[in-house]
Ligand binder design. Structure first.
Ligand code: NAI
Length: 729
């Protein structure tokens, strides 16, 4: 290898060498084999021609500066190929180190996003300038993929910012900064408004600093804030475990632990040793299962879902200009805000002008908060609010090319509301319902154009939750599906697509998580342990507290309706052990959840939780339990929650409600809080110890102990026997 294929060498008459990152085979530059080879060639040449070089600018010919590690390679790393990854990583680190210590000024001219590997290249430069382009992001998001920055990112951020800031601002949260915020937080040294200014500033730095050195290579250098032996450092220490706990809540996320170890251990040794320590911790993560799960979900599945793998082909996009949001309650208010934020005009309609105004008030509150925190300007907030017209007058809906209904969860009310407006909006307006449980096919019967009717299930709070579940009714047309998909993307949310069924995917599956938690209370398991099991499994909300939030009467209502539907269809209803617990909580003790002031928890005057209800231990004792053991093993507690959701997801695939594995994985993490470390509900099965056969064997064990609901569905057994995984082929 004597040629650089992905890094172009451009030298001007003054001796400034511009290294242009430009992989000819990919749309973005990554740390692939070609890059490693090119970097070695370039580094040799820089050293050989050092005397003719005045300084070095590193920039890129792509839209992004540099994208980072090649995730297609990383997801394939196994313990057997880990050494290869270690060697390859060390080679890059050595070459960057050689450039950094060449004795010439090196400037990163970041013309676009520099995340992960891109920012690590910049860190090896003496001066970092970022082009202040919209959407340009800077930082080390590796932790969000279960990894750590293994290209010197831990070693250098610790030496640049100090351990505390490196961990809290860059490494543990994986924050992606805008160029301006990166400047404020010390990640870059300067920003430029234009490409010309970027390069001019880079040249000016080279002029002014002919003999640049990194701070850490200067004599007498000390890590800012000290290292663990330093008294000032000790004062900062308690913040770390708290941050780690908050992020992972004890769930099996190995990345934050390895980052912490690499940072602290690396701070106590010389630079070169720190690089080796970082590489070892990186390789351990890359060879493990969690990073594979997270890369699969947060990169590949998310890309598949957002890029429209499920959108019917050949239908011209027609951006929505004016949307009618019917019902200005909790959901309608949030939907109105999200649409207005995306530049869509919104008519927010409720039964009275006061109710509609109150709904708009929600946007006013969010805007005021965003302005006060510097996230938006007053002008932009005013423009957003001006797009929302609150009303009680149906005639204001004229001209709307889409409708999103969010009135009470009641089929006949929804029918009535659609009947009232269907001739007032545009004759081909897209008709959407935000129902969380009612079958879409039956709701569509309330309108004349059933092919234009579709479910658009948002999650609460709408402004924060990234997912929208699109539900195709039996008569929904492809055009409506494509338009609904485009609308969700227009408001910058992530759409999954499912076929109609009671509870769809998300509402049906989250019910199993809740039921298992509640059932354990009925078995006499210590309620605090039930909560701990959910937290340590990685669920963002504890199970009994979530039940209280949703109210105990809601699952009862849904269950009764579902039972009626099952029985009407000639089936038999198998009661879940949670049902009896919920019935007693509501009927015997009058505890309906947070909104009723009492549930599994007790609440103070201000509505804040004050603790688990002591009556749980008194009234739900082991003698009452159907499961005759002393205690349910902790692993069983966690896996009952995880398995119940995963097994029913497989049934939803069997039933054709779900049609894509990526939708299931993304929907489960972003919609209903399935733990992110698993890579989503089906990737959890793929990644389970022993793969699908291991999962099937464990499901059978749980079925034996806790009931037939854990028996593996036929599709799972079949895939396991064929040696397949979910998402193959
Ligand atoms: P909500 O009770 O907060 O709001 C409903 C609003 O609809 C009220 O402001 C009411 O005045 C209004 N309304 C009633 N009849 C109306 C009519 N004829 N015309 C116009 N407005 C009318 O309810 P929420 O929580 O916002 O739920 C709305 C819908 O969204 C329901 O179908 C619910 O199942 C669904 N949903 C709720 C979620 C949640 O977390 N609360 C999540 C996802 C969907």
């Amino acid at each position: 290898m004597t040629q650089s294929t992905t890094i172009r060498w451009e030298q001007d008459r003054t001796g400034v060498v511009t290294l242009v990152l430009d992989d000819p085979d990919q749309s973005a530059n990554t740390m692939n084999q070609a890059f490693r080879d090119s970097l070695a060639v370039i580094t040799d040449r820089l050293e050989a021609e050092k005397d003719t070089i005045r300084g070095i600018i590193i920039t890129s010919a792509k839209k992004t500066f540099f994208a980072g590690g090649d995730l297609r390679d990383l997801i394939r790393v196994t313990p057997e190929t880990a050494q290869e990854l270690f060697d390859g990583g060390m080679a890059i680190k050595r070459d960057l180190r050689r450039i950094e210590t060449l004795g010439k000024p090196v400037v990163a001219a970041m013309n676009g996003a520099a995340l992960g590997g891109g920012y690590e290249i910049a860190l090896a430069c003496h001066h970092r300038i970022a082009l202040d382009a919209p959407g340009s992001k800077i930082g080390c998001p590796e932790v969000t993929l279960g990894l750590l920055p293994g290209g010197g990112g831990v070693v250098r951020t610790v030496r640049l910012l100090g351990i505390a800031d490196a961990l809290l601002k860059v490494l543990l949260q994986g924050t992606q900064y805008s160029p301006r915020r990166a400047l404020e937080n010390g990640l870059v040294d300067d920003v430029a408004a234009t490409q010309e200014e970027l390069l001019a500033k880079a040249r000016a730095f080279i002029e002014a600093n002919p003999a640049s050195q990194q701070p850490w290579d200067r004599p007498g250098y000390r890590i800012p804030g000290g290292t663990p032996a330093h008294p000032k450092f000790a004062a900062n220490l308690p913040a770390f475990p708290a941050t780690l706990r908050k992020q992972t809540a004890g769930a099996p996320y190995p990345a934050p632990r390895n980052i912490l170890a690499a940072a602290v251990e690396g701070s106590q040794v010389d630079f070169e040793t720190a690089q080796v320590i970082e590489a070892r911790y990186f390789v351990e993560l890359a060879a493990g299962q969690t990073s594979k799960n997270m890369i699969q979900a947060f990169f590949f599945d998310l890309q598949a879902v957002n890029s429209g793998a499920n959108r019917p082909k050949g239908i011209e996009p027609r951006p929505v200009r004016k949307v009618a949001v019917l019902g200005a309650g909790m959901m309608g208010a949030g939907i109105a805000y999200s649409c207005a934020r995306a530049g869509i005009d919104v008519v927010l309609k409720d039964v009275s002008p006061e109710a509609a105004l109150k709904g708009k008030g929600y946007s006013e509150k969010l805007c005021a908060k965003a302005v006060s925190r510097g996230r938006t300007t007053q002008d932009k907030a005013d423009a957003l609010l001006a797009r929302i017209t609150p009303t009680a007058d149906p005639s204001d809906l004229a001209g709307c090319d889409a409708v999103i209904e969010a009135v009470f969860e009641d089929t006949s009310l929804k029918h009535k509301v659609f009947q009232e407006i269907q001739h007032l909006v545009e004759p081909d307006a897209l008709l959407c319902s935000n129902t969380s449980t009612l079958p879409i096919t039956a709701l569509a019967e309330g309108v004349e154009r059933q092919d234009d009717f579709i479910g658009l299930h948002f999650f609460s709070p709408v402004d924060k939750m990234p997912l929208v579940e699109i539900i195709k009714g039996e008569r929904t047309g492809d055009e409506a599906l494509a338009r609904a998909f485009d609308l969700v993307r227009q408001i910058k949310k992530t759409p999954i697509v499912v076929n109609d069924s009671r509870g769809f995917f998300t509402s049906r599956v989250i019910g199993h998580f809740l039921n298992e938690g509640v059932a354990m209370v009925g078995e006499g398991v210590e309620p605090a342990s039930v909560e701990q099991a959910a937290a340590q499994a990685g669920y963002p909300a504890k199970v009994l507290s979530l039940m209280d939030e949703l109210t105990l009467t809601l699952p009862r209502k849904i269950r009764n309706e579902t039972r009626r539907a099952v029985e009407e269809a000639g089936g038999t209803w198998t009661a879940h052990p949670a049902e009896a617990v919920i019935d007693r909580m509501v009927d015997e003790f009058g505890r309906t959840g947070r909104s009723g002031g009492a549930g599994f928890y007790e609440y103070g005057e201000d509505g804040a939780r004050t603790g688990l209800w002591p009556g749980l231990r008194e009234h739900f004792t082991r003698q009452d339990a159907e499961i005759p053991f002393e205690t349910v093993p902790f692993k069983d507690m966690q896996e009952r929650m995880l398995f119940s959701e995963a097994l029913d997801t497989v049934k939803l695939l069997e039933e054709g409600v779900l049609t894509s594995v990526a939708d299931a994985n993304i929907g489960s993490i972003f919609g209903i809080g399935f733990p992110g470390w698993t890579g989503g509900v089906l990737q959890y099965i793929n990644g389970y110890e022993g793969g699908l056969p291991g999962f099937v064997a464990r499901a059978r064990e749980l079925a034996e102990r806790y009931g037939e609901r854990f028996a593996p569905p036929a599709l799972l057994v079949e895939k396991s026997e064929k040696g397949e995984r979910f998402g193959d082929g």
